[in-house]
Design a protein around this ligand. Structure first.
Ligand code: UD1
Length: 430
């Protein structure tokens, strides 16, 4: 199994290209199940989760063609991929595939909308809490679907004649359930109104793509999304929006290690809350024509309190990275996690590097220390693992992060991007 070795202490200087967003690419790829025409996605990041979803979609009958041509010629990070699902050959998403990645459960929406039925294994994914699927099922039931759970599988059947539009109020904001309900409603009869919808930029990106495919959607990005069902969708060409979590992660890495880095191909509007928080912590962040410039020279890191919230609040997917930064602050930071109940698994690993963190329920109290010292640590989930890399960049000596397959699920060529800015980071294969 690969590990990542970091020799801490170097400032970061240079340019990092930001990839297409994993969390947008996945639902966009799944949307290809809704049409028999070709959906072409540009700026698709090269990640283990994307590869896995390609396998899952292939199983349902999606023909996938990856262009040899590079999107950005000089660095060649992202790809253009064509997805064509002439017919759905299998409406079952098996346990062996779905258990590896939670988002693959989302195929349930397009499958039932187009074929009238689906059999999808209950999901797996990151070990960050119980992550139930009740909201997905209630949303589909509101559209008239019948649901039965049997042997670890969800069997869902649309009424005769297909799903029927309805008004549904989500009792809790869910990104995935909003994606699924939006996709399912595009082919339902009549109007669907989703209340208390997730407002994440990835929801807006999916709505844009579905609209380009002929769906009638308004309100994406607000709490209320309205969808007028249509009888069929066509193909489209769509560019995946930049990854705001990757953007925030590298911004935090610069704040941690110090230096001056331009993040290319991203957009500050995608993560204003996190950038404002970083500014309070002492980073100097400016918008450039093509992205962001993050600088921290000499000044210390200030302690800032955060509470994770659905968009536009501080994202839970940046909580671990921000905690890593706070371990080196000059004060005490209180970090409250409100989205997932078990998302502090990085705490004990950060402690191995010398961080002082105490936990009480969903709150962490981080007391800044003047120095961290390198140690062997273990990645436990996607975002937690990158927080250990950030900590390692500022730790004295060598930090060895094991179980880096978590990183490969969501960060495209992480060590290459950091190395080109002067960090000493290398992958060690065994
Ligand atoms: C998505 C993101 C993930 C991010 C999360 C929150 C993708 C591929 N993943 O995950 O990176 O951390 O949003 O921003 O986009 N819940 C229920 N019942 C349900 C569904 C969810 O109780 O049926 C709960 C979850 O357990 C969690 C909360 O709702 O406590 C939010 O989860 P949700 O927004 O659904 O996260 P995902 O879509 O899985």
């Amino acid at each position: 199994m690969d590990r990542i070795r970091i020799s801490g202490g170097n400032e970061l200087k240079g340019t990092i290209p930001i990839s297409g967003a994993k969390n947008a690419a996945l639902p966009l790829m799944i949307a290809s199940l809704l049409t028999s025409d070709t959906l072409t996605l540009e700026n698709v990041p090269h990640l283990a989760d994307v590869e896995l979803l390609m396998r899952i979609l292939g199983n349902h009958g999606v023909d996938i063609a990856v262009n040899g041509r590079r999107e950005r010629q000089e660095d060649g990070y992202s790809r253009t991929i064509h997805f064509t699902c002439r017919t759905i050959v299998d409406t079952t998403a098996p346990y062996e595939l779905v258990s590896k990645m939670r988002a693959s459960f989302w195929v349930i929406g397009p499958l039932v909308a187009r074929e009238g039925r689906a059999r999808v294994s209950l999901p797996g994914g990151c070990a960050i809490g119980t992550r139930p699927v009740d909201l997905f099922l209630e949303g589909l039931q509101a559209l008239g679907a019948e649901i039965e759970i049997d042997g670890g599988y969800v069997n869902v059947t649309a009424p005769q004649g297909g799903l029927v539009g309805a008004r549904y109020v989500f009792p809790k904001v869910s990104v995935g359930a909003t994606h699924v309900m939006m996709m399912a409603a595009t082919l339902a009869k009549g109007t669907t109104v989703i209340e208390n919808a997730a407002r994440e930029p990835e929801i807006v990106d999916l709505a844009k793509c579905l609209s380009a495919m002929g769906a009638k959607i308004s309100g994406a990005g607000t709490r209320t999304i309205t969808i007028e069902g249509v009888t069929s969708l066509s193909g489209a060409r769509h560019r995946v929006l930049p990854d705001r979590i990757e953007t925030g992660t590298y911004a935090m890495a610069v704040a941690m290690a110090g230096g001056d880095v331009t993040l290319e191909g991203t957009d500050a509007a995608l993560l204003e809350n996190a950038l404002d928080t970083l500014r309070m912590a002492g980073a100097h962040i400016t918008e450039t024509e093509t992205g962001l410039r993050v600088v921290r020279n000499g000044n210390g890191i200030q302690a800032v309190d955060i509470t994770t919230e659905p968009f536009p609040g501080f994202p839970t997917d940046l909580q671990a990275q921000f905690m890593a930064l706070m371990t080196r602050s000059t004060g005490v930071s209180n970090i409250t996690e409100t989205i997932f109940e078990n998302r502090f698994m990085h705490v004990q690993e950060l402690a191995r590097l010398g961080a002082k963190i105490s936990l009480s329920g969903q709150k962490a109290r981080v007391e800044g220390v003047p120095r961290l010292k390198g140690a062997p640590v273990m990645a436990t989930d996607l975002r937690a693992s990158v927080s250990l890399v950030i900590a390692g960049l500022a730790a004295e000596g060598e930090t060895m992060v094991s179980r880096v397959y978590h990183l490969d699920r969501g960060f495209e060529r992480l060590e290459e991007k950091l190395t080109r800015c002067g960090a000493v980071v290398e992958r060690v294969s065994e």
